[in-house]
Design a protein around this ligand. Structure first.
Ligand SMILES: [Zn+2]
Length: 450
């Protein structure tokens, strides 16, 4: 019998990850991600998948990010009847991520329906909140290094270090062995330990991500230094900082860093707030699932969270909005594309002494992207805002391995026995990485761009 492999997403781009494997009557899907980005990319979510969903045995998730998990409810809507396998923290965080995505979709559809004459891009809702509730009951939790079987497949999760719960996935099927990197973490992350550097010689195929295949972080600028500099500048002006942050992992890493800097430099003390319902849920989930894949101890993480006042209810958020005087607020979304951060942005932007910190990737077409491009007049809810605050962006906070770190990971393969398949990267990124791999690790025959 032949093993069949199909790549159903993240093809020469970085979203919509889905790897399909089949042997005889058994098939699984590794990751089940949503396409995200401009409408030309996003509309692929409505296309039919080229597989028999009624026969699909299971979905196995490497981690919780929407571009790896967000398509799950759609799969059930289209006839999938199996279970979802993941680590504990992936199940908890994917639940938060998918529920948030469903609620944004429902709000967008409602707004579009109200906006008569404007054609809804969500003609048919990708999935409803009821479909989400049904699918999120299907998680089966597996520990790292615990071997489990799904039909003809024997699988095992290893630490990926990318975000809490994130895993590399080992698959044995027929007489072949495969390793999927999911998203690969960095070697010096604040929250997570580095990925497990496995002996890749034993695998016939290694599927490696290549998001930052053409980039190296500047090692001399650390996340700690960035936060310290920001807090010092704030102190000298007696002003405030708004941080637009992704709710999962980035927010918790920032709370830990801010607390660490303020403990080292008590003279920089400032009132700190977390105004993100999703960030609060994620923080609680992360504490509940803290394990030895974390770089930071549970006690230190918890102590850093306690420095922040959590604004759960909207009245608490409004009260914070009304507040004047020096403060540091972490809020979402990370690209200023929605959420409570927008309200604070409209106030902070107009004060020339304040700082707006964007520590994450800013997608095309987002308000965050306009700000880092230096635009001084932006519109929000049909109101024009003059940007007088200082905009600070940083690439130091990425949770992906950079080029050198991916090469380190791949260098553990045997040149003659393992085939490396690059995925989850833009075309230029994969091409640059390919060149480096051929120079340093493998002959071209053993490398494949998907
Ligand atoms: Zn990811």
């Amino acid at each position: 019998m032949e093993i069949i492999y199909k790549k159903l997403g993240a093809n020469k781009n970085v979203t919509g990850s889905k790897h399909f494997l089949e042997l005889g009557k058994d098939s699984i899907l590794i990751d089940c991600g949503l396409y995200q980005g401009p409408w030309e990319v996003e509309k692929k979510n409505w296309e039919e998948l080229d597989i028999d969903l009624a026969k699909l045995k299971a979905v196995v998730l490497t981690h919780a990010h929407l571009d790896h998990s967000g398509y799950i409810p759609r799969l059930y809507k289209k006839g999938f009847k199996g279970d979802i396998y993941s680590t504990y923290l992936t199940s908890k965080l994917a639940t938060i991520v998918i529920e948030d995505s469903a609620s944004i979709m429902a709000q967008t559809a409602k707004k579009n329906a109200e906006n008569m004459g404007k054609k809804s891009k969500y003609g048919e809702l990708l999935y409803s909140e009821a479909e989400v509730n049904h699918s999120l009951k299907r998680f089966i939790i597996k520990k790292e290094k615990e071997s489990f079987t799904i039909g003809a497949f024997t699988l095992k999760f290893h630490r990926a270090g990318h975000i809490p719960g994130a895993s590399l996935l080992e698959v044995f099927v027929g007489n072949k062995s495969l390793l999927f990197s999911g998203d690969l973490g960095r070697q010096d992350d604040i929250l997570m330990k580095e990925p497990d550097y496995l002996d890749l010689k034993k695998y016939d195929y290694v599927f490696s991500e290549s998001t930052y295949g053409n980039r190296e972080r500047e090692p001399q600028i650390t996340q700690y230094d960035e936060v310290l500099k920001l807090l010092k500048e704030r102190k000298s002006k007696g002003s405030s900082i708004l941080i637009a942050s992704f709710a999962i992992a980035r927010t918790q890493g920032l709370m830990y860093l801010v607390d660490k800097v303020l403990r080292d430099h008590p003279e920089l003390e400032v009132d700190c707030f977390l105004d993100s319902p999703m960030g609060i849920r994620a923080s609680e989930a992360i504490l509940s699932g803290h394990d030895d894949s974390f770089q930071v101890s549970k006690e230190d993480l918890e102590r850093s969270f306690l420095r922040f006042k959590f604004c759960r209810e909207s009245w608490e958020s409004n009260e914070l909005f009304e507040k004047d005087g020096p403060r540091l607020i972490i809020s979402s979304s990370g690209m200023l594309s929605g959420g409570r951060v927008l309200k604070h942005f409209s106030k902070f932007a107009e004060n020339e002494d304040d700082f707006i910190f964007l520590p994450g990737y800013q997608g095309e077409g987002t308000l965050g992207r306009s700000l880092i491009a230096g635009e001084k007049k932006v519109s929000h809810e049909e109101k024009e805002i003059e940007v007088k605050a200082t905009i600070v962006s940083s690439m130091a906070f990425s949770s992906h391995a950079d080029q050198g770190e991916i090469l380190d990971f791949i260098s553990h393969v045997s040149a003659q026995e393992t085939k490396v398949i690059l995925s989850h990267g833009e075309v230029e990124s994969m091409a640059a990485l390919k060149e480096k791999i051929i120079q340093q690790v493998l002959e071209e025959d053993f490398l494949q761009l998907s």
